[in-house]
Structure formats: C-alpha cells, structure tokens
Write a protein that binds this ligand. Structure first.
Ligand SMILES: Cc1cc2nc3c(=O)[nH]c(=O)nc-3n(C[C@H](O)[C@H](O)[C@H](O)COP(=O)(O)OP(=O)(O)OC[C@H]3O[C@@H](n4cnc5c(N)ncnc54)[C@H](O)[C@@H]3O)c2cc1C
Length: 511
C-alpha cells in the first residue's frame, strides 16, 4: 500500500511533533504524516527547560496554560560543591539564585509533554501512523523520497516530497549516509534513574536542622535543577510533577569513572552519597525499578543536516552535552528552521541548503567550543565555576534569550552565533572558557583545585534578558575570572597533560 504526502516526519516525539505542528500552522493545506515507532512515550531525559526552550514552549507552541496545570515551574539552577566527603552539609559552597526565577522555566515529564505536543499536531490535521517503524528509505531528492515502514507486522510505503528526520539519537538518515561523527574530544557518558523518597529541600525538618542554610535564600531550592559538582562530573537532581525525582550522573571518562554496583540506581546512590548534599537529600531515596538508563558517548555531530528533499531536527541533527540543558533549545531552533525551509520548499520557493548547513555547523561548533570543550576540568572547582556560570549565563541571556524573546514568532528561525556579532561573541566566550580550563589545570597540578569549595555562597538576584541586568552579571563574572588569573600567577606545579581520548562510535542507546 503506497501513501503519498507532502512531508513525512520520522519520529513523533518533541522535535517531530513540534515541526509537524509548525508546518501545519504555516500551511494548513500540506499533507503531513508523522511515523512514530513507540506505542506510548516513556519518561526520557530532557526534563529541565531553559529560558530559550521555555520561550518556545510558551510563546511559539502556546503551552503556558497546559504547562502550568501539568508540569512544575522550575526555579533556576543551583550548584553545590564540597572540599571532601566530610564537609558539613550547610557549609558546602552554593551557586544559585537568591529569589525565584523571573523568567518562565519548567521541569517536565517528557512522556506527557511529548504526548501533548503530538496530540496538538494531530488536532491540527497531521496524519499519525503509530506504532510504526521506518526500516528503510531511499532519498531521491524533493518529490522522490520513498520510506518503507513496518506497521502491525506489515510492510507499508510512504512517498514524500520532503522527509524530516526527528528520530533522536537513532538519527537514521545521518547514520545511513555516514554524516554522523563521534566527538572523541568530549568523551562524556551518563547514567540516570528516577527515585522516590528524595528529601524535600525546603522542608521544616531541614529548616530546623540547618536554619542559617535555610534562611540564606528565599528561593524554593527544591524546585530548582540542583547540581552536585565534582572533578570531572556533575549530578542533576530534578523534581517531577507527582513527586518522583530524576537523578543522573554525567562524567568525562578522561577524569572520572562512577563506582561499580549491581544496578544503575545503586551506582548513582553510591556516588551521590559520597557528596555531603547528596548524602542528606538522597538518604532515604529508593530507585523506581525499570526506570534506569545509561548512554555512553553522549556527544556527536552530524556533518550535513539538510539536503534537497530532507532535513534533520532535534537530536537527529547532533547533541553536545546536557549541562545547562541546551537539548530542547536545539530542538526548538531546528524545528522552527526546518518548518520554515520545508514550508517554503513545498510552496515552490527556493531553499539555500548550503547556507543552512554552514550556519548550523557554525552554531553547533561554536556552542561546543564556548561552553563545553574541556568544561569538566573545572566543573568541580566552585571558584572557577562561579566565574564561568556568571559569564555563561549572562552571555546566554544577552544572546539567544534576548534573540528569541525579541520576536518569538520569527527568531527561532535564526541560529545562535549567526552573523558578525555572533562570531565575535563566539571568540570571546571560547577564549574565557580556554583560560578557565588552563587555570583549573594549574590548580590540579598545584594541589589547590577545589580548595575553596566550602563556606561561601554566590546568590544572584536573578537573570533576565534585560541588557543592564545581564551586563552587570557579565562584568561580575569577568572580574572573578581576572582575579583567578591573577591568583594563578603564583601557582607552581607540573602541568597536567590531557590523556588522549580513546576512539569511539556513537551507540543509539545502552539502556
Ligand atoms: C543525559 C541527558 C540529559 C539530558 N537532559 C536534558 C535537559 O535537562 N534538558 C533538555 O532540554 N535536554 C536534555 N537532554 C537532551 C534531550 O533529551 C534531547 O535533546 C531531546 O529529548 C531530543 O528530542 P527529539 O524529539 O529530538 O528526540 P527523541 O526524544 O529521542 O525522540 C525520537 C523519536 O523518534 C522515534 N523513532 C526513532 N527511530 C524511529 C524509526 N525508525 N521509525 C519511527 N520512529 C522512530 C522514537 O520512538 C522517539 O519517539 C538530555 C540528554 C541526555 C543524553
């Protein structure tokens, strides 16, 4: 049986469903078919949104009301550091906000969010084939793309003018065409699980035990994305609607390896309980059996994300690193950009595929070089991370956040780091990141790394995309960075060499 359509989308989770919805809104006459292999979405990672992805969710997809009723409001990001396992709970260094967030943000259960966005796409007129798996394809160019799917044990064919690959890490087009590349310069892995019985950060019990700690901020700590940080690793603790808590460890295998254990949940707990904050917060935590996963080699790039007749969105176009939660930002930028390009192509307008691939590649590489390259060398040192956090978040607000809020309807069609200002910003951010790595290496060699991981807090009044506010925080970050440079002039020790990363391929999943 052959079905003909204008656009076939492989994968109906967040990126696929959002692209379908945007295409339909832009051109209701298009016949859009979504092919999704799962019968129902499971809870996956991608639970913490940023200012950018929240702007997309609320102002582009229009989900403010739904999110308010069905997900949790996120209260920013907090980071916790300790000098040793024996640090007192209330003396661990803390980076975070003094007040609740000024901009929208959410902690989302992806099984319900993705299902909801998909239902909106179907309500807008998209045809959903589910459960059905795309098993083969022949991409012959716009108008002659043939997909073969397996549905209810039977084979079926779809002929599409355009194909959108939204298959996540399966990235079926990039893998088949040889466009997927591992990034051995960033050997980062993750294990995660969901837990019950996680302590309430804002409880009376903790307030009575640590009154000074409790009164240090008026923000709701429990509704933040809390990170435990150490040399070469970090742990996220994310609350979900209904009370379960997502906890995951991300680590750079050049610098750290998690403890062994019978299960993923046991390994996470063993690791977290070595950190004074984790020990207290996860004291009575119990893993939800079966809700445990692992991914190795998280980072990969796709060297070509669009061609005449097909395009990739979300994780099918590459993935960098979950720190600061940029995953759904990439899904948002690529969903909107691809909906624009495919919508144009289907109405006979020309699409500059070469320019699109060039701009995407520059954005991806710059984002990696600026924020993530060798970040895990300094992620465990509170003083260095304080400078980084201020500069990273301020430049993020001055750049992508300001960009998308200036006109949400159009600005998700531009990539961060586009244009001259973007190129200058990329050089500056990548430069200070390299310098912070160099300072961390000097500290490691001198034995002073993490020496000030206790007895202070950096509590920021809050981030907004107003240039005055972000500018102030940027200068405060630069001041801290220059002070670290000055102090490191006196550090002595053998410089720590980076071991060569092992060769890697990107597994689809190792859950
Ligand atoms: C450890 C970790 C932590 C993360 N934390 C965050 C975070 O806090 N915040 C954030 O924003 N991002 C985070 N991310 C990133 C985020 O998870 C992804 O960017 C996001 O889920 C990608 O969504 P997607 O729709 O592109 O792909 P997916 O959600 O992977 O969906 C792909 C869909 O395609 C379907 N599919 C696959 N193959 C086929 C086929 N052959 N035929 C039909 N259907 C198919 C699948 O069933 C699936 O439904 C994290 C990532 C990792 C690895």
């Amino acid at each position: 049986m052959l079905l003909s359509c204008d656009v076939a989308i492989i994968g109906g989770a967040f990126s696929g469903a959002a692209t379908a919805l945007l295409l339909k809104r832009r051109n209701p006459a298009l016949h859009v078919v979504i092919i999704e292999k799962s019968e129902a979405f499971d809870r996956k990672v991608g639970e913490s949104t940023t200012e950018v992805s929240s702007c997309f969710l609320t102002r582009v997809l229009g989900l403010t009301n739904w999110l308010g009723h069905h997900q949790l409001a996120k209260q920013g990001l907090r980071m916790w550091f300790a000098r040793s396992e024996d640090e007192k709970f209330d003396e661990c260094a803390e980076l975070g906000a003094r007040f609740n967030s000024r901009m929208p943000g959410f902690q989302v259960d992806r099984s319900t969010l993705d299902e909801h966005v998909l239902s909106l796409a179907v309500a807008a007129g998209c045809e959903l084939i589910r459960p059905a798996k795309v098993v083969k394809f022949d991409l012959g160019g716009a108008g002659s793309n043939l997909l073969e799917l397996f549905e209810n044990g039977e084979s079926r064919q779809v002929l599409a003018r355009w194909v959108v690959d939204a298959s996540g890490r399966a990235a079926i087009i990039a893998r088949k065409r040889g466009y997927m590349q591992a990034m051995p310069e960033h050997p980062v892995n993750s294990i995660w699980a969901r837990f019950t019985g996680v302590a309430d950060w804002d409880s009376i019990a903790l307030r009575e035990k640590f009154p000074k700690w409790a009164n240090a901020t008026v923000a709701a700590r429990g509704w933040a994305t809390n990170h435990l940080c150490g040399p070469g690793w970090w742990v996220w603790i994310i609350p979900l609607k209904g009370g379960d808590v997502s906890v995951g460890l991300v680590y750079d295998e050049r610098l750290f390896n998690p403890p062994e254990g019978a299960t993923i949940g046991a390994r996470i707990l063993a690791h977290c309980r070595e950190h004074p904050i984790g020990r207290e917060i996860l004291a009575d935590a119990k893993v939800i059996e079966g809700d445990e996963r692992a991914f190795s080699q998280l980072t990969y790039r796709v060297t070509q994300v669009m061609c005449d007749g097909w395009a990739c969105v979300g994780d099918a176009a590459g993935f960098i690193d979950p720190l600061y939660s940029p995953g759904l930002d990439f899904c948002a930028f690529t969903a909107q950009s691809v909906a624009n390009a495919v919508g144009d192509a289907c109405t006979g307008k020309s699409v500059d595929v070469r320019d699109y691939n060039r701009r995407f590649a520059f954005c991806f590489q710059s984002w990696f070089d600026c924020i993530y390259r060798d970040k895990y060398y300094y992620i465990g040192d509170a003083e260095i991370m304080a400078a980084a956090l201020l500069m990273d978040v301020a430049t993020y607000h001055l750049g992508p956040v300001k960009q998308v809020y200036s006109d949400p309807a159009t600005m998700f069609g531009a990539f961060p780091f586009d244009g001259f200002a973007g190129r200058v910003a990329a050089k500056f951010i990548a430069f200070y990141n390299r310098r912070l790595v160099a300072i961390a290496r000097k500290r490691i060699a001198a034995g002073t790394y993490g020496a000030r991981n206790a007895k202070w807090r950096l509590l920021i009044p809050g981030f907004t995309h107003e240039p005055k506010q972000s500018g102030r925080l940027l200068f405060s970050g630069i001041r801290r960075w220059l002070w670290l440079e000055f102090k490191s002039l006196w550090l002595r020790g053998k410089s720590a060499a980076t071991p060569a990363p092992p060769p890697v391929t990107v597994p689809e999943s190792t859950g």
